[in-house]
Ligand binder design. Sequence first.
Ligand code: NAP
Length: 234
Amino acid sequence: MADDRIAVVTGGNRGIGFAICRGLAAKGVQVVLAARDPGKGEAAAAALRKEGLPVRCHPLDASDPASVEALAAFVGKEYGRLDILVNNAAIRNDRDHSVLDVPVEVIQEAMGTNALGPLLLCQRLAPWLKKSRAGRVVNVSSGMGSIAQMGSGSPAYRLSKVAINALTRLLADELKGSGVLVNACHPGWVRTEMGGTGASKSPEEGADTPIWLALLPDGGPTGGFFRDRQPMPW
Ligand code: NAP
């Protein structure tokens, strides 16, 4: 495929999202780095442009439907199609809570950003993804959303990641035959603000599987959950 692909990466201003933006742009993909703080987003995009990479910023608060609408309108007007959507933005706001005491507001906040945001983005961007020759959706999930590996702690975050995993299966089935491949992944334990300094992987290593899924060839897997480019249990 010619290097004229367009990607939207949410939460692209730092952490794994920033590394995904850099990795995709280094492959020649034109990246829209979506960030909730326009100042931080512009600074991140400018840093990548300084490296000679094709990256521009657009504001996005994934928890705000109006902001999602604005991004989708921008993509439609500017490009008329979308090749890659990486739902990377997320919060982990519940480290001090157990499932027995987590306030409903904490669950709502996590679900709003980590699950409903990606759902809305998929809804609003699906028309443009269907116009792509090879649309790809990558949902950056977590091992903490795997029911097979479910444990206690971080209940709101875990529930939101279970939901984005379910969204992955729903969407993959819905878009079967359209050429759009939809997959989820666990990036591993990564040294970011969320992962902390003691984590085992660099942001670049954490970005490897999401980038691989974003650039899957036609006929690649859809409806899967991957870690280190290998299937993992839901
Ligand atoms: P991070 O360093 O905390 O970065 C999170 C990014 O999401 C930031 O750019 C943040 O923007 C953005 N964000 C948060 N809420 C947003 C909203 N409402 N709208 C738009 N952007 C928003 O996290 P990370 O470690 O890079 O995590 C990236 C992804 O990997 C997440 O989906 C996370 O769940 C997943 N993950 C990470 C690990 C790990 O060990 N790090 C492990 C498993 C899964 P601001 O800068 O404005 O806050």
